[in-house]
Design a protein around this ligand. Structure first.
Ligand code: NAD
Length: 270
């Protein structure tokens, strides 16, 4: 039985993760971490999540539960996640990272732990999105260099702090990789004023932030006469939480390395 601790247990994803762990017979909820000094320290994690008392109290430091868990699930913020990764390296723990919005330096720092920590790092843990990435690879290879313009459009709830979403960037990267392009050279993240017509090879991004949208992504391949749209819509955070728990079960059996959801789902072998 894999023992899981959840960082940011009072957050939107943290609370959903508590439900997902409770529903999975292969894992047990060993701890939940709230921000240092938070008044929620000491509260029952199940009650925090609204799933009923489960007898595990939230703590405000990982050190307090370091012998209680095997895998950490972290959906917080880049700096918090990197500090937790250092903790995992020091104490022989595995980690599942859902945090998005890391800049290049932060991703480089994360990558330095790949020889010491078994980690799954994925901007989107949903099984459907990861299958969608495979479909995008196929579509990009067939269409991308044949005069189809490629645009990525995403929509999320009004509280999201990073843009475009980690998933939108990942979708753009998959398309770019399939076409020997890079987002550094071909990604267009802003169009405003007299920006001129689009170029053939650019990959455009557009962002919507509104209300309570859980997460919607469309990649459009458009040419004269037709348009293909590959869309994924998440209607509940449970899809990400279930994927993260599946990743936690999987990574508990792995040696050190940096993995993504394609590895967890076996899609990299397909
Ligand atoms: P949120 O703001 O609701 O939750 C973040 C939580 O982290 C908060 O409760 C905050 O108190 C806590 N936190 C901050 N610093 C902490 C610390 N030092 N120790 C412990 N807890 C700390 O945000 P959210 O909607 O749950 O999203 C969190 C992250 O997960 C974002 O980066 C988001 O983009 C990402 N996300 C990823 C996926 C995925 O599938 N990979 C899905 C949804 C959200």
């Amino acid at each position: 039985m894999t023992r899981i601790a959840i960082v940011g247990v009072a957050g939107r994803m943290g609370r959903t993760l508590v439900s997902a762990v409770n529903q999975d017979d292969g894992v047990t909820l060993a701890g939940g971490i709230v921000e240092p000094g938070s008044s929620l320290a000491g509260a029952d994690i199940g009650e925090l999540a609204g799933t009923g008392k489960n007898g595990v109290a939230a703590v405000d430091s990982l050190d307090a539960i370091k012998d209680a868990f095997d895998v950490l699930i972290d959906f917080t913020a880049p700096k918090v996640t990197l500090a937790n990764l250092a903790f995992c390296a020091e104490h022989g723990k595995a980690i599942v990272i859902g945090t998005t919005g890391m800049n290049d330096d932060e991703i480089e720092e994360l990558d330095r732990y790949r020889d010491r920590v078994p980690m799954v790092f994925a901007p989107n843990m949903s099984v459907g999105v990861n299958l969608t990435l495979k479909l995008l690879e196929t579509a990009a290879k067939a269409l991308g260099d044949e005069g189809y313009d490629i645009e990525v459009i995403e929509a999320h709830h009004r509280h999201k702090v990073d843009a475009p979403s980690g998933t939108a960037i990942k979708m753009g990267e998959v398309v770019a990789d399939s076409l020997n392009r890079t987002l550094k050279e071909h990604g267009v993240f802003e169009r405003v004023g007299q920006c001129g017509p689009r170029t053939d090879k650019e990959i455009g991004f557009a962002t919507v932030r509104a209300g309570d949208i859980v997460g919607e992504h469309t990649v459009m391949f458009a040419t004269e006469g037709e348009r293909i749209e590959i869309t994924h819509k998440a209607s509940s955070r449970m899809t990400f939480a279930r994927g993260a728990v599946r990743a936690a079960r999987w990574v508990a059996t792995q040696q050190a390395g940096r993995f993504d959801m394609q590895d967890v789902l076996g899609l990299n072998e397909a």
